[in-house]
Design a protein around this ligand. Structure first.
Ligand code: XBP
Ligand code: MG
Length: 260
């Protein structure tokens, strides 16, 4: 029987609705600034999220919708890199303006974990700069230091759904997967976490509600708050009304380690 040692958080879609209200809006601003008439609607962006990584997503979109496009200057790599850098500039400005709040229950759970000695880490596909800005503008200037490891973006060769970023975080924390829980929001996220042998809790959002979460230990519609209970879509919560350390501790202690 294992004791809960650490929570490993995904970022986009899990800590906040950064995809809908942050990255998507910022991509569109970058496209307009570059003189492109590309517009990623809410619905289209939901489909494009199947591809993880902003640079990878731009390339996929170009191949699918603008096959004959030739970039100004002729070099596709630098064109995509420039668009992506502009997107990140707009994204950080949106965070500074407070356009992307944390999802319900996130701050409560982080503070409770810290108070109870449960270690924290991040395992994400986005960049360290984007994670730091989100934490700073939602939780305050010291919040980055709450996380022992921030596994982000291009530090690993393969992005989610590959398990690399979770392996990276577990190695640095010197923890085995059966002492930890990954908290994710998407099919790509659960595949990555399960691939590293982690129990996974899913908090769905509007983009991911219909994803295939095969292998998840618990699926809820959000973390909930004491006065704003979550809805359980799959799994056993023994009367709990929100995601807290007691419930997560019970999930880790339950028999049957879900090795991938
Ligand atoms: C989600 C992603 C990211 C973001 C954009 O990552 O796939 O690509 O959409 O970020 P996660 P970048 O859910 O693992 O946090 O443009 O920096 O890639
Ligand atoms: Mg996510």
């Amino acid at each position: 029987m294992s004791k809960l040692a650490a929570l490993l958080f995904d970022v986009d879609g899990t800590l906040a609705d950064t995809e809908r209200d942050g990255h998507r809006v910022a991509f569109n601003r970058a496209f307009a600034e570059a003189g492109l008439d590309w517009e990623w609607s809410d619905g289209l962006y939901g489909e494009l999220l199947a591809v993880t990584g902003g640079k990878e997503r731009i390339r996929h979109y170009m191949e699918r919708f603008h096959g004959g496009f030739s970039p100004p200057g002729g070099c596709l790599d630098s064109f995509v890199a420039g668009l992506h850098a502009a997107k990140n500039r707009h994204y950080i400005r949106l965070l500074e303006e407070g356009a992307v709040p944390l999802r319900c229950g996130v701050e409560r759970l982080l503070r409770q974990a810290r108070a109870e000695g449960v270690r924290l880490a991040i395992a994400t596909t986005t960049s360290h700069e984007n994670v730091a800005a989100l934490l700073h503008h939602t939780l305050g200037p010291d919040a980055e230091s709450w996380f022992e490891v921030i596994g982000a973006g291009d530090v690993v060769a393969d992005k989610k759904p590959a398990p690399d970023i979770y392996h990276y975080v577990l190695e640095r924390m010197r923890l085995s997967p059966d002492e930890c829980i990954a908290i994710e929001d998407s099919a790509n996220g659960v595949r990555a976490a399960r691939g590293a042998g982690l129990r996974t809790v899913i908090t769905v959002n509007e983009y991911t509600r219909r994803d295939d979460f095969d292998g998840a230990t618990l699926i809820v519609d959000g973390m909930g708050e004491p006065g704003r209970p979550f809805s359980v879509l799959k799994g056993e919560v023994n009367g709990a009304t929100c995601l807290d350390i007691k419930l997560l501790g019970r999930l880790v202690a339950a028999p049957g380690h879900p090795a991938s």
